[in-house]
Design a protein around this ligand. Sequence first.
Ligand SMILES: [Zn+2]
Length: 54
Amino acid sequence: MMRCPFCNNSAHTRTSRYISGQTKEAYYQCQNIRCSCTFKTIESIAKVLRKPAS
Ligand SMILES: [Zn+2]
């Protein structure tokens, strides 16, 4: 979930896809009917806090 950058309402994911192993692109649509804007986000791993034990 992501907030709309225009009206601050919650926006829902329409589609998402991985553009690399650690980066995901998602398309959002604002749930506010009077706004209903769409936007795209890039989500990626910022930091690994604990690596696998192996
Ligand atoms: Zn909005």
